[in-house]
Structures are given as C-alpha cells and as structure tokens.
Design a binder for this molecule. Sequence first.
Ligand SMILES: O=C(O)C(=O)Cc1c[nH]c2ccccc12
Length: 717
Amino acid sequence: MAERSFAKEVEKLRLGAGEEFAGEGILAITKALLQCGVGYVGGYQGAPISHLMDVLADAQDILGELGVHFEASASEATATAMLAASVHYPIRGAATFKSTVGTNVASDALANLASGGVTGGALIIVGEDYGEGSSIMQERSHAFAMKSQVWLLDPRPNLPSIVKAVEDGFELSEASNTPVMLQVRIRCCHVHGHFIAKDNKRPPMSVADALEAPRRDTGRIVLPPASFLHEKEKVQKRWPAAVDFIKSRKINEFFGSDHGSVGIVMQGGMYNAVIRALQRLGLADTYGVTDVPLYVLNAVYPLVDDEFLSFCEGKDAVLVVEEGQPNYIEQAFAAMLHKAGRGTKLVGKEHLPMAGEYTGQVMLDGIGSFLRAEAPHLLPGEVRAPNKSGEGVDTADLINVVPGRPPGFCIGCPERPIFAATKLVEQELGKHHIASDIGCHLFSIMPPFELGATTMGYGLGPASASAFNSPDAKRRSISFVGDGGFWHNGLTSSIGNAVFNKNDGVIVIVDNFYSAATGGQDILSSRAGNKTKSTKHPITEAVKGMGVKWLRHIDRTYDVGKMQATLREALTTDEKGPKVIVASSECMLNRQRREKPLVDKAIKGGERIVKPKFGVDEDICTGDHACMRLSGCPSLSVKSLDDPLRDDPVAHIDQNCVGCGNCGEVADAAVLCPSFYRADVVHNPSRWDRFLESARRSTIGILQRRRESRRLTFADA
Ligand SMILES: O=C(O)C(=O)Cc1c[nH]c2ccccc12
C-alpha cells in the first residue's frame, strides 16, 4: 500500500473535452498521457515522481478500459527497456523515474533506445531531485540528454504548460524518431492548477494489436553496421528534424518587450522563480506580465541557434538562468555568439551560483545583480539605492539559532533495533567496516548510531563491500541492503556476486515489506495481497536460490537480543561464504496507515481495544540518557523535573509512542536500566477490566497510605 491513495483523484482522469481539470501536476501528466493515446506506461518510484507511479497504479482500471498497459517496473533500466515497444510499432509509450540516480540506472537501456531510435513516441518523465530537499548527489539529467542524443523538455511549472509538454513530447519524438525526456522538478510535480481537458484517446495500436502482427527491422537494432549508421542518422536526420519541430511548433516562448537592451534566457522550469524575482524587483506585475525580454526554453536540448541569436539582436547583455553545473546551455550560447561574431555580452554564473538550487532568494540576488550591473535604469529607485545596507536581507543566520535536525528513523521503525543490535555487537567485537545502501536504513549513518561508511547506489550495499574480502582478514565486513534495493538489482549485483566470489562478509537484508523510502510501494516480497501484482515471494527463498548456505531469518527485528546473537554468530562462525541475515518486520508508517483507521473505527464502534504504550518511571531514571544513545526514537525525549535534587533531565516518552517496544528491548539487551515500563491503554474497557482497575487502585491506595503513615513528619512551626 502506497503512502498516498489517489483512488478519488484518479476519477478526474475521466474528464472529457471542454471540462476543467483542477489538481496536482502529476495528475495532469497522467491525464495528458491518456489524452495523447498512450499505449503503455510504467516506471520505478522515487522522489519526486513516486506519486506519479502511485497515481498510475491507482488508475489501473481507467487505463485498462482504454487498453493501456501499466507496468510497475523492477528498476529504471527495466522501465526504459520497456520503451522498446515503440521501436518498431507506432505505439506511444511513457516511462517515469527519479533522476539523476534513476537515469544512471537506466542509461544502458537509454543509450540503446536512443541509438536505434523509435517509431512510436517514447516519453521518459524524469523527476529531477535537485536542491535543498533532495536525498541524492547533485547532478544534472542534461548530461544524459546530450550524450545519448535524446531531447530534453523542461516546461514552465504550470498545468497547461505541463500538459502541452506531454503532447509536444510525443510529437517531437515521432517527428525525429528519438526518445524525449520530460524533466519535472519537485515543485512542478506538486504544483496545483487548472487546464481544459480533452477526451481520452484509445491507443490507435495497442500492445495486443502489436503482438498479433510482430515486426522487426535489423536497421533499428544496435549492432554493427546498423549502430554506425545510427550515429550518422542522429546527426544528419534526427537532430535537424528535432530543431525544425521545436522551431516551427514554437515550443520555446518569448515574453516581454521586443526592444530592450538586456534580456533573460532561462530553462522553462526556472520561469516561475524568475518572474517572482522580477515582481520583487518591481519589474513584473501580479500576473507575471513584464517588459523585460524573456526567452523561455521549454526545450533545453537541442538548442535552436537562430532563435537564440535573434533574441540577442540589439541587446547589450543577456543573462542565462541555468540551474546546476556544468553550465551546458550557457557554454553552448557563448559558442553560438562567438561563431556568429556577435558582440552581445553573455553572462550567467557570474551573477548566479555555479551550483545549488535556484531558490527565490538566489534568483532575486542573481537577477538583481545582473540588472544593477547591466541595466540599472530599469530598476526602481528603492532597489537601486535601498535604505537598508547590504542586500537588504535581515533574517538571522539560522545556523546559529536553530539546532541541527538530521533525518532519522520514524517512531516505532523496525530498522532501529537492527542498528541498536549492531552497535551492541560492535561493543563486544570491536568496530567493523560497514557498507550502507539506499533506503531508510541509510539513516543508520546519523546519530545516535553512526554506523556505515559508504553508500554506492541502490541495491549495491553488499557489492560495495566486495573488495573487503581478504584471506588475511581477521574481521569481516558488514553490509546492509533493503528489500527495495534487493529486488531493484541487489539479488544479482550484491548477493549473486558475493556467492560467486566466495565473499566471507556478513550481509544484512533489511526487509520491511515495502519499498518504504520511496513511499511504501509493494514489491515482490510484500506480505499483503495486491490486486494486480504478484506478491508474497520470500527474500529467503531468493537468497537460497542464489546459493547462499549460511542464512538466518529474524522475523521480529524488535528482538534486539536475537538480532545481536545472530550478528555475533555471523561475524564469528567458521563457515565460509557470505553470511546472510534477513531481518523482517513491517514498516511502522505503513503499518500505522493500515491499522490506525481500523483501530479508530473499532474504538468508535465500542469495541474493546488495547493499545500498548511505553513510559519512563521518572523516579527510577537517573538521567544518564544511555537509552537514547541506542535509540534516536523521536518519541523518546527528555523532561526536566521540578526537583532541586535532580538537575539532569530524565528520559521521557511522549504521546506519539506507537508501542513498538524498542526502548524496552534495547534497555534489556544493553542491560541499561529498569526505568522503562509498558502500560496497556484499554479503550472501551469491559466490566472485568473495570473491576481489575478498581481492585488495583485500591490495593495501591492501601500501600501508599501505609507508606505515608510511616513517614517521618514535622509538625508545623
Ligand atoms: O526515492 C528516492 O528518493 C530514492 O533515492 C530511491 C531511488 C529510486 N531509484 C533509485 C535509483 C538509484 C538510487 C536511488 C533510487
């Protein structure tokens, strides 16, 4: 079950011509795909397009009615390889994934697809995870577009532009026999707005039709001599065809005055932020109307030389707003101007940062700096000569006032006890080299665990420990991989590799029943039934099938003692070959999403429900916080006591506790302290519960009164 259900929203996908669609960017993309007569869609989830995959999964009935095939691909490479269906057949297909990491994974298939070219439109919707909210390395998808010669669209972040980009993308792909990437940043995915819908179109040729009449053409298969001809075709046919299409269909847009001494060129995705900066500089109105000449690249690759050169005509200076590095667009424009012998001054990264997200403030500073330098006469007096000194920024330096808040495991996360156990084992056996992987479990690198030295890619944790396999070694490496990474490619890249190379290390497969970090999507080993997918395939079976001999399965990760003992055994056994521990417990977020509505309903219906909660007895807690050093649970916090003899704050469990029991288990396994208690909160208590409660209360009352009566008391003076 995914993080968000779009079951209600997907009904909007049925809107017909002339009706107004209102909603989120990702839904608009899906609607646009259906309006374009797409024949098949698929992809792999990851921020910021996880929800696009969830929308498609929730829309399967609607897709099915139109004869559109949906695939939840095993990886981005799988998703891109699926687009092979558009090579020989005039069927439109779309794949979506997270960039740039997904594009890295997909690049084998992407390069092959781009070489042979396509007949039906092939659209790759890449969710660009760049900037301050990103979880990955900061790179650009642009490089992939250039190296594989696929076209890159980067639409203005509003619904009509996004929908148009999907339509343009398919047509561009067909006009140039080239796959097209449609880049959407996080704000573009989640922007809300309106557009006028068109009717959905059944694909003129479905995948079922294609299977009835198979086609092949060796000229489209990547093998010499065809592959050498592809290279020629790319340069002589497909590239010029793409430039012609972009130009004749006016994919790129011009705004502002035709006459002006300066202008701004930008990636389409930067448009909203540029307009906001111009508004703040007094140069655009509330509706975004401006006199400043703007050239908006909804297609960022390939570039159209004469469009750019004509934009520069009569201008003294032009600013390129291009997020990230290298500044490919700026370099290409500089070369165009130089070759054309033009004198227009081209600037970009002089005024805007070379790296990092172009946020509102960055854009304001950069465009302000450009205009102050090149066209100060455009700026209102208060911008040119502000009353404030400096840039006019007066927010406090937050680094000095806000404590750091590193991301960590959720309350009740079943992965927390795995790392608590690892820490306890390291206390016994010493420090080990630990290789981490992509997924929630990577939070182990953060306090309080501080375990893990590298992360090399999805499913590659054990692979990234493969060099540490020496006959001279006295200590084994430990590596982690999640169930998401395991099925993405870890089964072969990590487990198969370890078996084949006789790796002696310890591999922990963190199995939480979902691809949790990407939003809780189902995978092969998910335990729940799924209407359209085949689940319940145990990881242990796959691992055994790969040839692993030493395999342990822990089916309740909260058992810290057992986890610790198993890790100890894996690290010390004489048995050769990889030691694989599958540690399974359900993702607590998903479990709560599943159980909470049922429990709330049962409580409302008067049913007796017992909810376990944990607490700390503040009379016993010494305030040494040892429990926290092995937990990091957000619900385990500190509390100051109103007691002059206790100056250290004691441990405290807040009301968000879900009763996973981790803190008690850890306290026990670490022989930490007896101050943790469990209290069962009984909703809709039975008569027996009430009787027990009153019996307990009166017994405790008697004992309390007895103790009170024996206390030494002082008479009032
Ligand atoms: O969803 C995210 O934010 C991820 O980083 C997960 C992810 C999805 N596909 C990938 C390919 C390579 C590395 C990470 C991911």
